[in-house]
Write a protein that binds this ligand. Sequence first.
Ligand code: AP5
Ligand code: ZN
Length: 217
Amino acid sequence: LRTILIGPPGAGKGTQAPKIRDDFCVCHLATGDMLREQVQQKTALGVAAKKIMDAGGLVSDDIMVNMIKDQLENNKACKNGFVLDGFPRTVPQAQKLDGMLEQRGEKLDSVVQLLIDDSLLISRITGRLIHPASGRTYHKTFSPPKKNMVDDVTGEPLIQRSDDNVETLRKRLATYHAQTGPVADYYKTKGLWQGIDAAQSPSIVWDNLRSIFVGKD
Ligand code: AP5
Ligand code: ZN
């Protein structure tokens, strides 16, 4: 299976993508997680990326394309396919991905956009908790960890993302509509696009996603 999840901040990409990874034995490539890893390691890229992420902007296309290229070439877990979460976010990124896949003799199966009204995203974003090392995601009220503020699997502390505040969310949403909206149109013209209602519960969203992918592994 080779698929892309498109959706605004808080739509549920990071909640659903690991389920696709586990169910279809593909790799989950989340560019936001990769950038946050760089931030944590305080690399030059991480330092530059943190400023951009906290301002709700986008890291340059070249950097992001190379990150994905490196994963597709070297991550053995991607041999069987992939789910992309957070990439492509601009039309040039989508065009570069097409070029990469063409070179590899691979084709996308589908592109799914998680559709949800902006007004529903504030509570999702401001209540989110993450386990930085694994990328596991919780929500203070919608899907709380078993024990207060610690990861269910490792027992390590959960944190809030520095871009998860109302002010940065507004900017991230504006960026999404301006830059990533056209990516959905790009895949519509290619006949690959499907939209699903992301305002429902995680388990209903998952059922609907799964039914799109069944038979495509
Ligand atoms: P990224 O990490 O990709 O952030 P994002 O796109 O803003 O998306 P989020 O991670 O906020 O949302 P999500 O859809 O994963 O939601 P989640 O499942 O966690 O990117 C961060 C930044 O990195 C960007 O702003 C940009 O600066 C940079 N960047 C990344 N990729 C880039 C690229 N390709 N090019 C350039 N720059 C790039 O869910 C959110 C919360 O809601 C959770 O608490 C969850 O538990 C809860 N929840 C999920 N589903 C439901 C549901 N159905 N009902 C109730 N609650 C739910
Ligand atoms: Zn995410």
